[in-house]
Design a protein around this ligand. Sequence first.
Ligand code: NAP
Length: 277
Amino acid sequence: MTNLVTGATGTVGREIVRELLERGHAVRALTRDPAAADLPAGAEAVRGDLSDPDSLGAALKGVTALHLITFDGPYYTPLETGPRIVALAREAGVRRITVLHGGGPTPLEDAVRAGGVDWTVLVPVEFMANALEWADPVRTADEIAEPFTDRLSAMVHEGDIGAVAAVALTEDGHAGQQYVITGPEALTIRDKTDIIAAARGRAIRLVELSEEAAIARWRAAGHPQDVIDFLLSVYRDTPPEGRTVSGTVERVTGRPARTFAQWARDHADAFRAGGTT
Ligand SMILES: NC(=O)c1ccc[n+]([C@@H]2O[C@H](COP(=O)([O-])OP(=O)(O)OC[C@H]3O[C@@H](n4cnc5c(N)ncnc54)[C@H](OP(=O)(O)O)[C@@H]3O)[C@@H](O)[C@H]2O)c1
């Protein structure tokens, strides 16, 4: 019984790998570059590229449960190879697939839903880990600059996405489910600033950015226009599921969802002068 995790070197995939190992399951971790993967001890790194399904033969051998991402590369280009990946998984004997929803419909998720293998779609809201983008300006200038600072978000600890995925991959009762995964509370950027300040033990100034300044910053960071449009629409008018506590983490894992205060304590060093992310 082996679990194959794709996106295993990413924010969510790493947590799925860690959760599966902690629960005593065998884990194979897919990466395009095993030498750089730096995976936890106990995970078997295997080379493969989801945009080239023929590269997945060795990775899929003996796998009974598979976690999939929907995209290719750093700009989250939707993968078109879903039908072939799912067919190969079925042939290899995969019985359960979880898929990390890509923020909207994607060909890969469609292929998983239609592929004849038990599936669970994981729909996390905003990751708490996104706050690491603030580590640099907080460390160097004690400052966070963002637009829409009173916007509410029920963001989720990435470890809790990992825990829900690990349960869905290894236990019965989750087939055909689409799980919206949130944290235990909805907070504003103002709240999050105060919580990080308390965790690092030093005040942080919050600067309200205009929409135009935010767009300029996203452009300078190299975000393509469709990503900027997505960010703007979610920031201007966060959909109800993005700001409503779902209770999925506790229902699926039996443990309460972790708070942002806990996340901030876990990462406090990243926000202290001399710390690293
Ligand atoms: N950030 C948020 O708030 C948020 C909220 C909800 C949903 N999401 C969704 O979450 C997803 C991003 O997840 P993440 O943040 O965990 O990703 P991430 O940290 O950006 O990591 C990307 C991962 O994808 C792998 N990868 C990329 N292209 C690949 C390919 N062609 N073949 C095999 N592996 C490939 C990389 O593996 P290697 O480089 O090791 O090969 C890496 O492990 C997106 O679909 C996004 O829409 C994000």
